[in-house]
Design a protein around this ligand. Sequence first.
Ligand SMILES: *[C@@H]1O[C@H](CO)[C@@H](O)[C@H](O)[C@H]1NC(C)=O
Ligand SMILES: *[C@@H]1O[C@H](CO)[C@@H](O)[C@H](O)[C@H]1NC(C)=O
Ligand SMILES: *[C@@H]1O[C@H](CO)[C@@H](O)[C@H](O)[C@H]1NC(C)=O
Ligand SMILES: *[C@@H]1O[C@H](CO)[C@@H](O)[C@H](O)[C@H]1NC(C)=O
Ligand SMILES: *[C@@H]1O[C@H](CO)[C@@H](O)[C@H](O)[C@H]1NC(C)=O
Length: 324
Amino acid sequence: MAPMAVALILGWWLVAASRAQQLPRPSLSLHPSQGVSLANNVTLRCRLPQPAAWVRLYRYQNATYIEQKDNVQDMAEFSLTSIKQEDAVRYQCQYQGLEPAGISGKSDPVKLVMTDHRYPPPGISLSPEEYVGIGTNVTIRCWNNISGVVFFLHKEGHSAPVQRQKLSAGGTATFTLFGVTTDDSGTYRCSYRITGCCLLFSPLGDNVTLEVIPRPAIPGDNGGPSRNLVAVVVGRWVAAIVFIIILTVSFLLVAQRRRMQTDERPGATPSSPEAMQFQVSPGDSEGLTYAQLQAATSSTHPRGSSTTPEPPIIYAEVGTRGPR
Ligand SMILES: *[C@@H]1O[C@H](CO)[C@@H](O)[C@H](O)[C@H]1NC(C)=O
Ligand SMILES: *[C@@H]1O[C@H](CO)[C@@H](O)[C@H](O)[C@H]1NC(C)=O
Ligand SMILES: *[C@@H]1O[C@H](CO)[C@@H](O)[C@H](O)[C@H]1NC(C)=O
Ligand SMILES: *[C@@H]1O[C@H](CO)[C@@H](O)[C@H](O)[C@H]1NC(C)=O
Ligand SMILES: *[C@@H]1O[C@H](CO)[C@@H](O)[C@H](O)[C@H]1NC(C)=O
């Protein structure tokens, strides 16, 4: 029990001692941070949380420092002039504190990404094009004539130069934006990384613009939705027309039966005013229906009233409406 307690205390003391020695890490930044090309000048700024005896600039995972600045108050500036391909790497800085004394950890690495204009910009395509509904899967393809490179998708207005990346297959990279939202609207471009030592990239290619409109896409594949919509609309029209035809035929059949009943009536003769009116009514189906409806009404009249002079006046009125 005792040896274990001693070991624990010793362990805690060692950790505490190393903590005391490890000073807070500095932070490194690159200026300009984007659009750096071959032969440009760039500046790396190392910001310190306290005064330092020295500040050193390193390439990532390289124990030999590139440059050292002595007696730095709060920031050390390192200039790289007329940069070459080999300078497109990651950098870190580190300092030795004065009070408290000790050596800091290294800063987070910073990437010096370089555009190499000797390479052609990649091609780009968008599918479906431009205006798409919310929830659609949108595909952006990027290609070049160099195989075995990594492609990057850039979106306008985003400080991070890289949105997404994918390894190419046969010189083409396919980026899919699953179930797009209005936030995905914007201008996109591609670039590709040039294989080799360093963080070298092609220039950005042409742009494509995606506009996500705030209405949901009809489920189904491309082209399918509009065809389905047409089918639905046509189907409804056909149903409506069939309904109208059935209704008309029913009316005609009912009217026909009423007319036959009227003809069979013992008091009615073919030379009666009603029959004359039917012969006068024109071919227009609307007028015909109207006239027959009137005739049906007349058949319900009491027997005694059919002999009064009024009915012929009513029928004459129907006759004038018929040709309308
Ligand atoms: C880069 O810096 C060098 C030396 O300071 C200067 O002569 C040169 O004009 C600069 N180049 C650019 C492109 O600013
Ligand atoms: C480490 O950096 C030094 C100085 O910049 C350089 O000479 C050396 O080649 C680098 N070593 C590796 C393994 O990159
Ligand atoms: C989008 O892609 C996913 C995954 O492939 C699929 O499950 C989904 O149905 C697609 N959505 C549309 C609207 O095509
Ligand atoms: C690839 O090469 C073909 C012909 O060699 C050319 O027409 C096309 O523009 C090139 N594409 C790119 C992205 O460089
Ligand atoms: C996209 O490209 C076209 C022509 O290639 C250009 O006119 C337009 O300004 C570009 N749009 C953006 C947002 O860069």
